[in-house]
Design a protein around this ligand. Structure first.
Ligand code: NAD
Length: 390
């Protein structure tokens, strides 16, 4: 066996299961939080008995004061993190609690980054660029999901250049995460599908990544199995608590896997679609997945043949290549079953943008772990295939 060494990153404490949200007040107190900024959006803030209301109730019971920032936008922008920083400083806050999906967590992380590491976050894009610790951060997760409540990634969009970039650092990992599936029962069908497909992609990309290892492999395999047996059910009936619970377990496993084995061209290219057209991240990932992985097959056909089996395809008697192709078929089937559109046309993609987006995708922090090393022309062709899809 080849010699290998790696550092393995996970948050220190993760609360999981129905009702765990009640414990947030006590945990905030244990961390010495006196006045956190709650980072969320207006929709979640207004939800009756939703994640924000329950978080505040628990903080009130524990006697922890707070101030609320309720202006998180999907594909969070630099303006959002600056607004949180301003509120943090003006209100005398000492910590951050994010309540929402990936956008809330990344807004909180982004604000934490500029509070301690300097104002210009664009200069900090890349891997392990942060010198100083962020303020204490708790993440309450409400989608299943991006895994951001567990990861070292902060994904921010520069609203002036439309470039979505990633700051990857162990310092971004929240101290504590909360995953309570009862907070996800009312996630609408389309959002369940989009965020579930993000978790699906995040269990496939680390499995074929050049940085995969036995620990991340086992996380990816279990995550894919859980998604295969629960995403369709969660989309069909959002109030199916068993399906929601399995999807949370899957997104956590996928988050841990890509925190350590990294991602690939699907995410590198999805960030271009998200930055350029402000499209939902999970949909961007799902639309690109089969075309990127078809391109990747020649780099590691055995891994794709294994993926087909993990996804429940019958590969008996097939050549490795034919078995690998079945994994692509299974990816397309999952997208179709949960109602993802077919082509990137449907999120507003335009072929005249492909060259620039391809150039930027190759510079994205997720591109380096892709199993096949591509050129700009290769990436343009993949965008085109995802555009021509019917
Ligand atoms: P999101 O956070 O953008 O939320 C989308 C919408 O869903 C919002 O309008 C929100 O109000 C609503 N919503 C959230 N929870 C809900 C609930 N429980 N019930 C009803 N509505 C709810 O969606 P997301 O997919 O979780 O996050 C996407 C962002 O995360 C993208 O910017 C993406 O790039 C980023 N991301 C980050 C990481 C990371 O590790 N940091 C990983 C993957 C993706």
């Amino acid at each position: 066996m080849a010699e290998r060494s790696y550092d393995f990153l996970m948050p220190s404490v993760n609360f999981f299961g129905p009702g765990v949200i009640n414990k947030i007040g006590e945990r905030a107190k244990m961390l010495g939080m006196k006045k956190p900024v709650i980072v969320t959006d207006k929709f979640l803030e207004g939800m009756k008995d939703g994640a924000v209301e329950q978080t505040l109730k628990s903080l009130d019971a524990a006697g922890v004061d707070y101030v609320i920032y309720n202006n998180v936008e999907p594909n969070p922008k630099i303006r959002n993190i600056k607004e949180v920083k301003k509120l943090y400083e003006e209100s005398g806050a000492d910590s951050i609690i994010t309540v929402g999906g990936g956008s809330a967590h990344d807004t909180g992380k982004g604000a934490g980054i500029i509070l301690t590491n300097g104002d210009d976050i664009t200069k900090l894009a890349g891997i392990e660029t942060l010198d100083k610790a962020l303020p204490p951060l708790i993440a309450v997760n409400t989608t299943a999901g991006t895994g951001s409540e567990l990861t070292r990634h902060a994904v921010i969009t520069n609203e002036e250049t439309h470039l979505k970039f990633v700051v990857v650092s162990w310092r971004n990992i929240p101290l504590v995460s909360f995953n309570d599936p009862t907070l996800m029962l009312d996630v609408p069908k389309g959002l369940t599908a989009a965020t579930g497909m993000d978790a699906f992609v995040q269990s496939i990309e680390p499995y074929v990544s050049v940085d995969h290892n036995p620990i991340t492999d086992s996380q990816c395999i279990e995550a894919i199995k859980l998604i295969e047996t629960s995403l369709r059910e969660a989309v069909a009936n959002g109030h199916n608590l068993e399906a929601r619970t399995k999807m949370v377990e899957a997104e956590m496993l996928a988050g841990m896997a890509f925190n350590n084995a990294n991602l690939g061209y699907v995410h590198a290219m999805a960030h271009q679609l998200g930055g350029q057209y402000d499209a939902p991240h999970g949909v961007c990932c799902a639309l690109l997945l089969p075309y990127v992985e078809e391109y990747n097959i020649i780099a590691c056909p055995e891994r794709f043949a294994e993926l087909a089996k993990i996804m429940g395809e019958n590969t008996d008697g097939l050549s490795t290549r034919d078995a690998a192709e079945l994994s692509i078929k299974a990816m397309k089937q999952m997208s179709e079953d949960v109602g993802i559109p077919k082509s990137i046309k449907e999120i507003g993609a335009k072929p005249e943008d492909f060259e620039l987006m391809a150039e930027n995708a190759l510079k994205d922090g997720n591109a380096f772990s892709n199993p096949r090393k591509g050129t700009k022309e290769d990436i343009v062709k993949i965008f085109q295939a995802a555009y021509d899809a019917k």
